[in-house]
Design a protein around this ligand. Structure first.
Ligand SMILES: *[C@@H]1O[C@H](CO)[C@@H](O)[C@H](O)[C@H]1NC(C)=O
Ligand SMILES: *[C@@H]1O[C@H](CO)[C@@H](O)[C@H](O)[C@H]1NC(C)=O
Ligand SMILES: *[C@@H]1O[C@H](CO)[C@@H](O)[C@H](O)[C@H]1NC(C)=O
Ligand SMILES: *[C@@H]1O[C@H](CO)[C@@H](O)[C@H](O)[C@H]1NC(C)=O
Ligand SMILES: *[C@@H]1O[C@H](CO)[C@@H](O)[C@H](O)[C@H]1NC(C)=O
Ligand SMILES: *[C@@H]1O[C@H](CO)[C@@H](O)[C@H](O)[C@H]1NC(C)=O
Length: 631
């Protein structure tokens, strides 16, 4: 443990070095009350240390080295004992998670950089180590001059949808208030239409993922409201929130949603973390695994082929779900990434040495962007998880931002989903001095169809037909609270970005032909800091006015911080570099908190991990009883 201690000291020293210039530059004043926010979340995690966690990893590793079967049995039993999940969950998802967990644990150096991050993510122990310095290699220096941003020509419409989460097993009249992880299904007879008093309606329920009827209704509305749309971006997550599907079910779900999305005409899709089985898990290249994940890429490649063509579909199949394609007869290139190779809940990331460029996706991205720059194309980058979220591992989030900054003149927009909420992330040339003048690109994050996180929506961008710059966006929604919703959802305009926020900044930013710039969006966040009513209105828009709860104190601080950070190390969560307050905001609580804010489907392993952490000596006694001293 000596080694560990000195390593941690080293890390905290360099973290302090990075963080030290921060105070003068934080423009948010802190109205915090950590106690109030965390009261309901804190357990005895604060008494545990990072080395306790590394110790637990050694015990888990010992079991993992006895083989996958042994580890799976243990993980399943721990889950059942801890009631860390429903019985279905313990026998399903938890068992599937054992594959990546056993693999990475049995190969891990403990303690190490990898095991420390793993402890932070899985057991809420250990501060995240600072970003490992790595300079992304660029073939050419950034050009001094960039292409014009707007042409002034009549704008065209581009639709953006995300997180449809369609549940094919949704049963009208079934129980929306069930005791399983996923409701509005007849999992048990008592949840059936004749027995429950909590009957799910024909077009959906806010406790459940989307029924087919709601999905179809949205696609018809899009075709009706935006008949002249140029194309649609779909940023992933088509499978429902049940995280323990069979492979066959997952394939079926993907094929099925694809069929209905085809009614939209041209779609450019990206991979979501739910679009596989089990959720979140995507192995890195070349791992010697007993299970093969190629079926995921084969399925999606076949589905996407009619939209993206033979060649790009082949890239999807052989390159882990990514593609790059020039829209015919235009100067627009669409680059679709698989963001799951940069995410903390993809357990396959925790290799003994975490690679600087997993599956070569950064090198590939640079290659495609350089091609675009050379050809004077504009680029839309699409992906599922926005890179500034707590979900993104710090290193990869920083490396990605290097690329975005280098090619800012070529990139006309970045489009993401995953949070289910109407949000954005502004990139800056200097994260410790966030000003309008230093703002560069914007990542657009769109809300979900699934009613679990607010009223169902889609978004329409107004786009310059020549430069592809985003000039504005309008959110459409259907109001679940209307009496007529269950007869026929009515889709209508919710709000327009520029008409809502443009008049609030000084000078007003209302010219319809001006681009939505990072500078403008930064100024909007400045309004939020000063004018709480405007911030609360923004907060209500995140869920399209459904189930709105005020966001104050830490919640507000973190939300604004998040709008200003496409780099996860600066998102003010946990021990992020800019996170000065609240002082006692420990890593995992921050994560639970952010899940609560974002309505992400909670990962099933969290309950099991929490139980181990809560009673570490009990856990060790259990292993000794089970395996004796031979472990
Ligand atoms: C913070 O919240 C707690 C619990 O809600 C409350 O008891 C305490 O007075 C608050 N502190 C401040 C400074 O407002
Ligand atoms: C769900 O059922 C419980 C009782 O089992 C009840 O107290 C609660 O109000 C119900 N929730 C909803 C949203 O109907
Ligand atoms: C922050 O950036 C602005 C430009 O937006 C610059 O004028 C100012 O000097 C910078 N401040 C610091 C402390 O670097
Ligand atoms: C942002 O606000 C600053 C003043 O703080 C102003 O000078 C600048 O023009 C604004 N930029 C945009 C794009 O609104
Ligand atoms: C949705 O409808 C309800 C009931 O009519 C209404 O109170 C609410 O304001 C509506 N929501 C929005 C965002 O318009
Ligand atoms: C943080 O925790 C320490 C020790 O647990 C406590 O003394 C201090 O008051 C806490 N600070 C806040 C802001 O809650």
């Amino acid at each position: 443990m000596q080694f560990l201690t000195s390593l941690l000291v080293l890390w905290s020293v360099s973290l302090a070095a990075v963080a030290s210039p921060a105070p003068s530059s934080i423009t948010l004043q802190k109205p915090f009350n950590a106690t109030a926010t965390l009261e309901h979340l804190i357990d005895d995690v604060n008494k545990k240390t990072c080395s306790d966690c590394q110790d637990i990893l050694l015990w888990l590793q010992a079991v993992a080295r006895r083989g996958l079967d042994e580890f799976s049995k243990l993980w399943q039993d721990l889950c059942l004992e801890a009631q860390g999940d429903t019985v279905d969950g313990c026998n399903g998802r938890q068992l599937q998670d054992a594959v990546p967990l056993a693999y990475v644990l049995s190969n891990m150096d403990i303690p190490s950089h990898t095991s420390t991050i793993f402890c932070n993510v899985v057991f809420s122990q250990c501060d995240l180590p600072p970003v490992r310095p790595y300079k992304i290699p660029f073939p050419k220096p950034k050009p001094a001059k960039s292409l014009p941003r707007v042409s002034g020509k009549k704008p065209i419409n581009v639709v953006h949808i995300s997180d449809v989460h369609v549940d094919l097993e949704y049963v009208v009249g079934s129980n929306y208030n069930c005791s399983n992880g996923i409701c509005c299904r007849v999992t048990n007879p008592i949840d059936g239409p004749k027995f429950t008093q909590y009957a799910a309606g024909p077009f959906g329920n806010s406790h459940c993922d989307s029924p087919l009827s709601l999905e179809k209704s949205m696609y018809s509305a899009i075709n009706e409201i935006v008949p002249d749309k140029e194309f649609t971006l779909f940023t992933g997550d088509l499978i429902e929130g049940a995280t323990w599907l069979s492979e066959a079910e997952a394939v079926d779900d993907m094929n099925d949603v694809h069929l209905r999305q085809s009614t939209l005409g041209q779609v450019y899709p990206a991979f979501g973390n739910h679009d596989t089985d089990p959720v979140d898990q995507f192995p890195l290249e070349g791992l010697p695994l007993t299970r093969d994940w190629q079926w995921v890429y084969n399925t999606i490649s076949e589905n996407w082929k009619p939209w993206i063509g033979e060649e790009a579909a082949q890239t999807v199949k052989t390159n882990f779900g990514r593609y790059s394609i020039v829209r015919p007869d235009t100067k627009l290139r669409i680059i679709s990434m698989n963001t799951m190779f940069w995410m903390r809940v993809n357990f396959f990331m925790y290799l003994r040495e975490m690679p600087f460029d997993p599956n070569g996706q950064f090198a590939w991205l640079v290659e495609e962007l350089q091609k675009a720059e050379d050809n004077e194309e504009r680029v839309y980058i699409i992906g599922h998880v926005p890179m500034g979220r707590v979900d993104a591992l710090w290193d990869y989030s920083e490396y990605f931002d290097q690329i975005i900054q280098r090619y800012e003149g070529t990139i006309a927009g970045q489009f993401f989903g995953h949070t289910h909420h109407d949000q954005w992330e502004i990139a800056y040339t200097d994260y410790l001095n966030q000003t309008a003048a230093n703002a560069v690109g914007v990542s657009y994050i769109t809300n979900a169809l699934t009613p679990t996180s607010g009223n169902p929506t889609f978004r329409v961008y107004s786009v310059d037909p020549e430069t592809w710059s985003v000039l504005d966006y309008t959110t459409y929604f259907t109001n679940m609270s209307l009496a007529t919703f269950q007869e026929e959802p009515k889709w209508e305009k919710y709000y327009g970005f520029k008409e809502t926020y443009g008049p609030l900044v000084s000078p007003p930013y209302t010219d319809p032909s001006a681009e939505l710039t990072g500078a403008f969006m930064h100024n909007v966040t400045e309004v939020f800091v000063k004018d709480d009513a405007q911030f609360q209105a923004y907060n209500a828009r995140k869920t399209r006015g459904f189930g709105v709860t005020p966001c104050t104190g830490d919640c507000k601080y973190m939300e604004i911080c998040q709008l200003r950070s496409p780099q996860s190390q600066f998102n003010c969560i946990g021990n992020a570099v800019n996170a000065q307050e609240p002082a006692n905001f420990t890593k995992r609580e921050a994560e639970f908190y952010s899940h609560a804010v974002d309505d992400c489907h909670q990962a099933a392993w969290e309950g099991t991990a929490k139980a181990i952490r809560a009673d570490m000596s009990g856990f060790k006694r259990k292993l000794v009883r089970r395996y004796g001293d031979e472990l």
